[in-house]
Design a protein around this ligand. Structure first.
Ligand SMILES: [Zn+2]
Length: 363
């Protein structure tokens, strides 16, 4: 942590002093402002000078082995606030919820807790800490560090997804070494195997942020996806087995799944490629004959585990949203027809095998 108290209860922020000044205080005793245990002043050569609890401390806000990235990131976020003339404080302890955001930015009417997350955090803890802030009327912004800035997105990356009308699905990332705060916006899933796509702009460019044209599903991309699905089926990929069985039971073959199940891109909320869940949804519509709101709800509950946990947004409503988006497209493609208030299954062209599907795409 950056801040500690002296024996006289004075607050000392290590960012406010030079290394030489701090070195004179090496023998002095400092205390944690939250648990009042003794803490040590650490002055390394490369890492930002900071205070650390002693080993086996039971402090509720202790950040075990705070990394150079986390300390430098906190300092950088403060610099940004100063630059934007936003009032802020480092490491303010909020006793009602027993939490201490890295940076707290405030105006007369708004409080925004800024958390720079560098270490692993369970989805449960993320949910708890987020709802803690919301309970006292604070907004919270999660900014992700290096460990989350990777090519392959795991469930923990997805857990930090947020949604806004303006930015679509988005996420913040801080690159401490480059002094850059990035907004990843209009995040989508596409293809099989599933990939994550997004646009990125630095915080300085946010005002001129725009959304690029919706990517079309070209015949080439469609063919590639169908081919990849076929290859994985031939190799008996475990993730396809139960779906392939459901297709069999309905008299179909997964490799011949209708073209309407392939999407250019979808909401970034499915654990598996969207083609697989789209096939499930289509089988469901076919079997039911019609889809009422209650049935759709049922579908979402049944396949709840197919979706990522998204503690920062209302999860179930997004699952429904995903289904509705697909159903709407199928309505345009005459797979479904609206009669009264109910969608009725009309028709979808299943191919007997991959090769006849391939021929149809190439035509
Ligand atoms: Zn403490």
């Amino acid at each position: 942590m950056l801040i500690a108290q002296t024996r006289q209860r004075l607050y000392i922020n290590s960012l406010d002093y030079s290394r030489t000044q701090l070195k004179k205080w090496r023998q002095q005793v400092f205390y944690c402002p939250v648990c009042h245990e003794q803490v040590t002043l650490k002055i390394g050569t490369t890492i930002q000078p900071h205070f650390a609890h002693l080993a086996h401390s039971k402090c509720t806000v202790t950040t075990e082995g705070e990394t150079a990235e986390h300390l430098a990131g906190k300092a950088l976020l403060g610099e940004f606030c100063r630059l934007w003339q936003v009032n802020f404080e480092y490491e303010v302890y909020l006793p009602t919820i027993k939490q201490r955001p890295d940076v707290l930015a405030s105006t007369d009417t708004r409080h925004v807790a800024i958390e720079f997350q560098c270490s692993p955090l369970s989805i449960e803890r993320l949910r708890e800490r987020t709802s803690g802030y919301r309970r006292i009327g604070y907004e919270v912004v999660w900014i992700l560090g290096q460990r989350y800035q990777r090519q392959h997105w795991t469930a923990s990356n997805h857990a930090f997804l947020q949604y806004s009308r303006q930015w679509g699905w988005y996420q913040w990332q801080l690159d401490v070494s480059q002094h850059k705060l990035w907004l990843l916006h209009h995040i989508v899933h596409y293809g099989y195997p599933q990939q994550v796509g997004y646009q990125r702009c630095s915080v300085e460019q946010i005002k001129s942020l725009y959304k690029t044209q919706h990517q079309q599903l070209t015949p080439t991309k469609l063919l590639a996806e169908a081919q990849q699905l076929y290859r994985c089926l031939v190799q008996s990929a475990p993730e396809l087995l139960s779906l392939q069985q459901s297709c069999y039971l309905a008299g179909h073959h997964l490799a011949g799944a209708p073209l309407c199940c392939h999407q250019a891109s979808t909401l970034p909320i499915n654990q598996q490629a969207s083609i697989l869940l789209a096939v499930r949804l289509l089988l469901f519509c076919e079997k039911q004959g019609c889809v009422t709101a209650a049935q759709l709800d049922q579908f979402c509950w049944t396949y709840a585990t197919a979706f990522y946990q998204l503690p920062l947004v209302n999860e179930h409503s997004w699952q429904l949203q995903w289904c509705r988006q697909i159903l709407q497209q199928w309505q345009c493609q005459d797979v479904l027809r609206l009669q009264g208030a109910v969608l009725h299954y009309h028709k979808a062209k299943w191919y007997p095998d991959y090769f006849s599907k391939q021929k149809a795409i190439k035509k």
